[in-house]
Design a protein around this ligand. Structure first.
Ligand code: TRP
Length: 458
């Protein structure tokens, strides 16, 4: 089974709190342990610069967030864990994408529109205080995602639109430069429905902007102090509590085993005092987070080790990004000057290096593609399509199937063979001189498919 590439970024502007842990960090680490997952998690520190011009805060936050993910059990050997700013291919790709992104698309981005609305309301110029960083934010995010051909992007609801934009932008690039081959996988956003948003001290969503957070790795004393500030009603010990409407209970349930959760709820209904309830919440949190807190303190004390882990992660990420970006540069025409002379000498010579599917428009105006061998020989010819996109989509399916299986070449009773995908006939060879010639051509076609599969996996 092919692995799913899961990618997400964490903007490095703050210190992680309990809400980040329950809503993002914990589920992401659990997901990364699946044998079907190929996870890319990174510190979105270029994104952080958009919202923050305090260098010390950026520096501190990168350290704290990296230490938090490692302390919580992220295994850097298993996933690719890196800093966005260590991958120079990302800003480079951002520019290539910027050049195919419609300005109108970015005009519609929620974050930008919210700023404009605020300005209009305040009677200011529409774009007052709006930087190009904020405006182009979705393009940088598209580059993060498309650079690694992510399939799934776990995000909060506020980020769904950005993932949609990454799809639009990727599709546009594929269409303009792909020539039947899709450079970019189109990503899907993934919202963890099962992970409820954690309420904060005052019952609203836990968020730094509401100043209602519980620190994730504060000392036991700080944790106690935060819990003491959780707002409850004023019912006395012995009076039954409305457990299902108490956010203290919601927080407790997010960290308790199901049995502990049931017992706690029953105790509240039965009159457990809020003071005792807070003590129990502390115990549960301290037992879930105590060990991680110690690991966190140890990591923070050794920033050079974290630096090494992140640089190793960047090297891993770049092993993918560098050759991929080279292909993209080539595709848009940023090529060595000598390449043009070579292409002039004989385009066939260059093409001759690899077997491939090649699409073209026939004299009848219909679109088809053929399978070419490494020497340019036409091994088979597809059915015809009225729409070039339809032909392109079939090629894409065949390219994927060359790796995943489903293609067969079937000799018919005559002197031809058919190209089938999951039993559907998509094309045929020309008629061959005799059965032996047919079988030989069929073998060359098999070899061509194998080399296309190999190229897909590069
Ligand atoms: N913009 C995201 C946020 O604020 C962070 C982010 C940056 C991201 N690049 C990404 C998330 C790529 C997913 C994929 O939450």
């Amino acid at each position: 089974m092919k692995k799913t590439r899961i990618l997400t970024g964490i903007t490095t502007t703050g210190t992680p709190h309990l809400g980040n842990y329950a809503g993002a960090i914990r589920p992401a680490i659990v997901a990364s342990r699946s044998e079907h997952a190929d996870s890319f998690y990174f510190l979105a520190d270029y994104h952080a610069l958009i919202k923050c011009d305090d260098p010390l805060r950026i520096q501190r936050s990168r350290l704290e967030i990296a230490a938090t993910w490692l302390a919580c059990g992220l295994d850097p050997a298993r996933v690719t864990f890196y800093r966005q700013s260590d991958i120079p291919e990302i800003p480079e790709l951002t520019w290539l994408l910027t050049c195919v992104t419609a300005k109108g698309l970015l005009n519609r981005a929620h974050a930008y529109k919210a700023s404009v609305d605020k300005n209009v309301e305040a009677g200011e110029d529409e774009d007052a205080g709006v930087t190009m960083g904020l405006y182009s934010y979705p393009v940088l995010m598209a580059a993060d995602i498309l650079m690694f051909n992510a399939n799934e992007v776990p995000v909060g609801r506020d980020q769904i639109q950005h993932v949609e934009m990454a799809r639009d932008i990727g599709q546009r690039f594929n269409h303009l430069f792909g020539q039947g081959k899709d450079f970019f996988t189109l990503p899907q956003s993934k919202i963890e429905e099962a992970v409820a948003t954690l309420p904060g001290l005052d019952g609203r969503k836990m968020s730094k902007s509401y100043d209602n957070t519980i620190p994730l790795f504060g000392s036991a004393k700080e944790l106690k102090a935060a819990i003491a500030r959780i707002v409850t009603d004023s019912k006395l010990p012995g009076e039954p509590k409305d457990a299902d409407n108490a956010h203290l209970n919601t927080i407790y349930q997010a960290f308790a085993t199901p049995e502990q959760g049931t017992t706690f709820r029953a105790a509240l209904l039965d009159g457990l005092g809020w003071g005792d309830a807070k003590q129990q919440l502390f115990t549960v949190l301290d037992s879930e987070l105590g060990e991680a807190r110690e690991r966190y303190q140890a990591l923070i004390a050794r920033p050079a080790d974290i630096e090494d882990i992140l640089l190793a992660g960047a090297a891993k990420a770049r092993a993918y990004a560098t050759p991929f970006l080279a292909q993209l540069r080539e595709a848009v025409g940023l090529r060595s000057l000598t390449a043009l002379a070579q292409a002039g000498e004989g385009a066939t010579k260059k093409k001759a290096k690899a077997a491939r599917f090649l699409s073209f428009r026939g004299k009848d105006g219909q679109f088809r593609f053929n399978l070419q061998g490494a020497d340019g020989e036409e091994l088979l010819l597809s059915n015809s399509y009225a729409d070039p996109k339809a032909a392109g989509a079939v090629i894409a399916r065949l390219q994927a199937a060359s790796v995943e299986g489903g293609i067969s070449l079937v000799a018919d009773g005559e002197l031809r063979f058919a190209l089938q995908l999951d039993g559907e006939v998509l094309g045929n060879s020309h008629e061959q001189a005799d059965a032996a010639a047919r079988d030989a051509t069929l073998q060359r076609a098999e070899a061509a498919l194998a080399s296309i599969a190999a190229a897909q996996q590069e």
